[in-house]
Ligand binder design. Sequence first.
Ligand code: NAP
Ligand code: MG
Length: 499
Amino acid sequence: MKNYQMYIDGQWCDASDGRTTDVINPATEKAFARVPFGSVEDAGRAIKAAHNSFETGEWRNMDPAERSRILLDVLKKFQEKSQDFAALETENLGIPISQSALINVSTAQNRFEWFAKAANRVLEEPMPLFRGLAVAAPYIRREPVGVCATIVPWNAPLVLGAQGLAAALAMGNSIVIKPATIMPCSLIELLKIIDESEIPKGVVNLVTGSGSTIGEVMASHPLVDKVTFTGSTDVGKHVLSLASETLKNTTMELGGKSAVIFLDDTDVDLAVSSAIWGCFVNSGQICYATTRALVPASMYDEFVEKLVEKVKRIKVGDPQDNTTTMGPLVSEKQRATTEHYIEIGKNEGARLACGGGRPEGLGKGYFIEPTVFVDVDNSMTIAQEEIFGPVLCVIKYSGDDEAVRLANDSPFGLLGAVFSKNIERAIGIAEKLRVGNVWINELHFMSLDLPYGGIKQSGIGRERGLYGMLNEYSEIKSIQIDLGHDLSQRFWHGLIVPQ
Ligand code: NAP
Ligand code: MG
């Protein structure tokens, strides 16, 4: 049993009331770690520590090049422990060991590196002379937002934690971060590396415990300046309302129900492999998973036949086994939710083409078969709501316009994907999709320079890229300077007090 602590004001500590919670390995259903179940008081203490460090200003006033050097130092130690991190992600999340190094660990490191390097960029923007004044040198300055409260979901804590920490720290902010209760370990391990770095004490704090208690403190505390929330749309709405009480700067990365559109010139085998990769990686527990496959009538039957044959070959099992390609769901609750939606799909009249049950021969673990519904009508619940499990909805369409209409017929607007041999045609579709991000002939991989985020009920704001760093983790200050020599001769002197 691994025993973890929280990290507040540069000290490792237990919850103020000593409470703990066990962390479960989803493949064995056994507890393998214990973490503090933080109290409201603990969250308040972490926020005050972050606030004090920000007031002291050691980190925020540091030369950005120096901040960059320190963050790159953290990265180096993080990279030295890649194997340990991959093993821990697999133990806690159930993602196969053959995938966690690439999908969880490298991605986290790449994002951390991007921001660590970007920390060293010029943050002041010169302005052209203001025409109304003869001699003036106004300028715009980027300043850190202040205390950032970052709330992370369980499905990608290392990637989202590393990204959230690096982006906030690059800009000189202080931060309090909270992993999800069921998946806290890898982020705590990353904090151990930060603890040994030159980042001043109090700048980075980590609290563990329930969202509905300490998460709410983070979303509403008057000393918090910014809330970055990644999680479900329903909780996101609640967090946004709490943060609005004190008008906090907010970034909301919420749910999705993304569609991949295969245009009729796509190779069928490519379409089948892509639909599988887009939906089933991490057992479907990815916010931008393409869980709706829009397939043209002309290739529909062949696509469905080949898809089902291939999905049946997905190797579900022990995530520690190198040959496993799909592990369990993260929790009993997540499996129950997925099974609930599978029942809804059947009752709604979608055709269950494969999966839908629990795989045979796996006694323990929150396993579920990769599931494909075909002949799905886009208005069905299973095509409208986020399931967050390995369930693919195949929807038939006729003509590009109908594909766009169906893709956009969703309360979410996180991401869309288009496959075609004709890039111009694909771009035409990409520009019509009401989403924050589009992949063309690609899935899951996205340049780190690109800002990422959702529209509609998928969120507010953008993370990653310079937009994600500057717009989300700094405030703009405009500084007006009049360099005129004779300050007594100002035109406005006589406007209020007659001369
Ligand atoms: P969740 O239930 O909304 O929880 C997310 C985080 O919020 C957890 O740390 C949770 O803590 C905390 N939380 C829960 N209730 C809270 C409250 N009342 N106030 C403040 N914080 C609270 O989401 P999840 O089940 O962990 O993650 C899956 C969801 O995340 C999916 O909807 C997925 O689409 C979304 N997601 C979106 C993106 C994106 O970039 N758009 C990326 C990844 C995931 P506890 O763990 O203690 O409940
Ligand atoms: Mg949840």
